[in-house]
Design a protein around this ligand. Structure first.
Ligand code: IDP
Ligand code: MG
Length: 376
């Protein structure tokens, strides 16, 4: 008799009310997309087996954060040998980086990453100093092109991302294509470097070349303890704040939303992925408490998973950007202003794709909340 195919994980959830890290056994049944959870401490069923369409098999691997009925769960271990063998063995992390020449194409590059079933688990826009660029590329210091490379890499903002997926190191390099863009255009015309790169140095994006380099390079941008890594690029001047909400990030809309913003003529002068705690979300949304009917659901949405904070610059921001986002309710937006961002990407008043600053005097404060306070 064969048992029904199922995957087992150990998942952690921070319970803000009890201020406790709770542990669950999470079972996923691929056949019908259902999920079941047991509380490991109290030996009780926590969630009876329930179909949950938002959860995909591809999202299930150790290290990833998933959203189950508005609870953000962190998958910390495999629950049995079968799952570890079937899911765990091929998952890798790598560093994907958008280089200065392709920063205007970042929406399309992010979309290409997400379309390939990679998961972006960290992201930060930074501007490398010459010293940082030399340090990052120290393996090439004896090469003739080193000086040009360092100048190029410190010439403008870049976006560093931690990407997780099956054999991520080699599959991201395959998607990147050959180092030289003209070679890429002839040998691999669909690759990122063929589509978005310029020449032998300005080649749009970077990928770690081995698991060991990936570990070193991820540590460079996202230090695991103590250190700070390169600073974010927020300017805190003539700007407004946009948050791509967790539901939109989870639905894989990040690249498309960024493209929509850039195509409308706005500049993205800072970008970073954050996972908010409940207390932070409460602080950030304080002005809406008791004012907006959907406040409790808005709050849960904001801390339910990773979000992406953007500093936006452009003519007449914050006002112009707010108009571009459109009415808070996407249904109304679709009727009245169908070309607005929320009309295009929003679902409901709570899952309306983005938060944008309401009152002009709050814009800098909101940008500071993410890029000064949360990024520390
Ligand atoms: P990779 O980025 O494909 O791993 P590497 O050989 O590690 O290629 O080189 C790092 C970067 O240095 C390249 O992405 C490119 O920007 C630059 N580079 C490599 N080779 C040359 C060259 O021959 N001339 C100019 N720049 C080069
Ligand atoms: Mg290399």
């Amino acid at each position: 008799m064969s048992e029904e195919d199922r995957y087992v994980f150990v998942a952690e959830w921070y319970d803000p009310n009890a201020a406790l890290q709770r542990r669950y056994q999470l079972l996923f049944y691929p056949k019908d997309g259902s999920v079941e959870m047991f509380d490991l401490k109290n030996h009780r069923v926590f969630l009876r087996r329930t179909k949950y369409d938002a959860l995909q098999k591809e999202d299930l691997f150790v290290g990833n954060k998933i959203n189950v009925f508005s609870r953000q769960l962190h998958l910390v271990d495999y629950g049995d040998q079968y799952t570890a063998r079937k899911v765990g063995s091929k998952k890798e992390k790598t560093l994907a980086m958008i280089k200065p020449d392709a920063i205007q194409k970042m929406g399309s590059i992010i979309q290409a990453i997400l379309d390939t079933e990679f998961c972006i688990t960290k992201a930060k826009m930074v501007l490398l100093s010459r010293t940082e660029a030399k340090d990052f590329y120290s393996e090439h210091q004896s090469k003739s092109f080193f000086n040009d490379l360092v100048s190029f890499m410190s010439s403008g903002p870049i976006v560093a991302m931690e990407v997780i997926g099956d054999e991520a190191v080699s599959s991201w390099r395959k998607l990147l294509g050959p180092t030289n863009c003209s070679v890429a255009r002839s040998e691999s015309p669909e690759s990122i470097r063929a589509r978005f790169g310029t020449d032998g140095t300005k080649n749009a994006a970077h990928g770690s070349d081995s698991i060991a380099s990936a570990a070193r390079e991820l540590e460079f941008f996202f230090p695991s303890s103590g250190g700070r890594g390169p600073k974010n690029t927020a300017t805190f001047t003539q700007c407004t704040c946009c948050i791509i909400k967790p539901h939109a990030v989870l639905e894989g809309l990040t690249g498309k939303i960024i493209n929509y913003i850039l195509d409308a003529g706005f500049d993205i002068s800072a970008m970073q992925m954050f996972t908010m705690e409940k207390a932070n979300a409460e602080e950030f949304y304080e002005v809406y408490k008791g004012v907006v009917a959907e406040y409790p659901e808005m709050l849960v949405e904001l801390y339910s998973g990773p979000c992406i904070a953007l500093e936006i610059q452009g003519t007449d921001t914050p006002k112009s950007f707010r108009e571009f986002c459109g009415p808070a309710d996407p249904e109304i937006a679709r009727h009245l202003r169908p070309n607005t961002l929320r009309a295009q990407f929003g679902k409901t008043k709570v899952k309306n794709a983005v938060h944008c600053t309401d009152l002009p005097e709050d814009a800098v404060l909101e940008v500071q909340y993410f890029f000064k306070i949360l990024d520390n």
